[in-house]
Each structure stands twice: as C-alpha cells, then as structure tokens.
Design a protein around this ligand. Structure first.
Ligand SMILES: *Cc1c(COP(=O)(O)O)cnc(C)c1O
Length: 302
C-alpha cells in the first residue's frame, strides 16, 4: 500500500531499502470510498503478476478482509504477507479479522496495539521457517535483543488473558465514540469513520489553511499529542500534511471510556477553533491535566 495512502515505509517506499531492493507496484484506496477496493487489487495483481503481495497499513481505519486477499494471491500464484504491526492487539483480542488462516507470512511489531516493548515477530508456515530464520541471522542481524525478551513474554501473557479482550474491545468502542464526536463537531474523517483503533481527520474539511503539522503543534500547546499524517490524495507534502492520525489504545489503557472520548474530541475542537488564542489553549491544557489525573497511568500498573 503506497505510503501516501496509509501504507508503511517498509512496503516499498522509494526512500526505504524495500523500495530499492524490490520491484514494487503500489496500490491505494478508492478515491470515493477511501477504502481498499478488492476488485481493483485483483486487477492490479493480474496486471503485474507479483511474486508476493503485502497487505497491511499504518494509517488505514478499516478492516482488512484477509480471505479476499488470499483469493487474489491464489489467482496469480503469489505469496501473501500480512503486516499486522498496527492491529496485532486487535487481532489477539478478537476484534479484527485474523490473517493466520490465510497468510503465508505474518509480520508484526510488539509495541503498538499489542502493548509490549519495542520489538518485532515473524510468523510463517513451517515450510518457510528455515529460510526466514537464515534471512534474519546471519542475513540481517547479529545478536538477539535479550534485554526485551522478558518484557515480550509479559506482553504475550497479558495478550492471552480475558482482560485483554475487554481492553481491545474498549479501544474500538472508544475510537468509534471519538470519531462520532469529531464528526458531530464538524470534522470529516477519512472513509467517514473507523472500524479499528485509529482515525484520520481531514483538516481541509474545516480549515483550508491549517496543515496537519500546524494542528499537531497547536494541540501540543494544549497538552494533546497527535500525529500529523497525510490523507489519501493529499495536496500537501508528507512533512506538512492535511491530516491528523488519532488512536485510542493509550487513553484506553488509562481507563477512559466513551464519555471521556466526547471530552477529548471537544478539547481537540476547542483548541483548533481557538488556535491563535494562547489563553484558551492554556485553559484546555488545564482541563487535559485534570482528565489525565482522573485516569492515572499507575492505576493500571497496580
Ligand atoms: C510500525 C509499523 C512497522 C514497523 O515499524 P517500527 O516501529 O519502525 O519498527 C511495520 N509495518 C507497519 C504496517 C507498521 O505500522
């Protein structure tokens, strides 16, 4: 998936090694629905006859239909790799379709929705294990990351417990609540909402002159950290952007629920509406502090 439509750098962007080593043909979203169109994917596969198809994204608010991707891969005899870095926790928690029955190889990070330490995993069918192991060592790396192995074990233990399902389901409920309130407040979201843990705000729908970078800075003034992000068919450059990417995993860990999402959406709106008024941004900052104090991070650790 191309970088400017939600894909990851490592999926063949020309500034990344993947784009240099491999001959990549990118796909994107449908201009109208802003969703992946499987008919278009099938057409591209037929046109380019790839050896490997990579499915996965870093800024895509909808589900992946892995069964449909498998069908496309089979139609051209390609391997299917699912990069679930962003959604691994949702999959483990049962709130996103699971690629395991369909993909030949699954890659993930351990530090996003899986909520573990920084790290990564490659899962594959037994027949590819030797080759992949050798590609990792000695192909790419030397020693293992011993200092994060215990932390990974803790993360996997947590991810296998019933509480994790509750957590992941709440992440999705919170994302839907946050999205609904932002829409109520007049923002347009890419694809009209979210099915997962993240959403993309299209700032151009409300403020013609405000870039994602500027909006992120204003929100930081108010104590709210977001990620500037391109939106599909963005007219601005990747360093400026017309969008913001928001996710709910962290605030859900703190114990916030749907009611608090309404507050968060209103804080964001109030800040952006009054972005030139330092006093108002300071007021929002105080309200953010109060809300965070009501949901301290250490309660989770106790
Ligand atoms: C985050 C991410 C990665 C890996 O990112 P790092 O944090 O840089 O290791 C790979 N693929 C996707 C789709 C991602 O979102």
């Amino acid at each position: 998936m191309s970088l400017d439509q939600g894909g990851h750098l490592t999926h063949g962007a020309n500034v990344n090694f993947s784009g240099n080593l491999y001959n990549i043909e990118a796909y994107g979203v449908n201009a109208e629905t802003e969703r992946i169109d499987m008919k278009e994917i099938a057409r591209l596969a037929e046109q380019y006859r790839p050896k490997l198809i990579v499915v996965g994204a870093t800024a895509y608010p909808r589900h992946f239909d892995f069964a449909a991707w498998r069908q496309v891969a089979d139609s051209v005899g390609a391997y299917l790799l699912a990069d679930i870095a962003h959604i691994a926790g949702l999959i483990a928690g049962g709130v996103h379709p699971d690629p395991a029955p369909y993909a030949d190889v699954i890659t993930t990070t351990t530090h996003k929705t899986l909520r573990g330490p920084r790290g990564a995993m490659i899962m594959c069918r037994a027949e590819y294990a030797d080759k992949i192991d050798r590609a990792v060592f000695p192909g790419l790396q030397g020693g293992p990351f011993l200092h994060t192995i215990a932390a990974r074990a803790v993360a996997f233990k947590e991810a296998s417990e019933p509480d994790f399902k509750v957590y992941q389901a709440q992440i999705v409920k919170n994302a839907k609540a946050l999205a609904a309130r932002l829409i109520e407040n007049g923002f347009r979201l890419v694809s009209g909402g979210t099915d997962n843990h993240l959403m993309l705000m299209d700032l151009t729908s409300k403020y013609e002159k405000l870039s994602g970078r500027q909006a992120a800075d204003h929100l930081e003034d108010a104590g709210i950290i977001v990620n500037k992000n391109t939106i599909p068919f963005d007219k601005r450059k990747p360093r400026t952007t017309s969008g913001l990417r928001l996710g709910t995993p962290m605030i859900t860990t703190r114990g916030m629920k749907e009611d608090e999402m309404v507050q968060v959406a209103d804080f964001i709106t109030e800040t952006l509406e009054n972005r030139q008024k330092a006093a108002i941004k300071r007021q929002v900052r105080e309200k953010v502090k109060e809300l965070c104090a009501q949901f301290p991070i250490y309660e989770y650790l106790e």
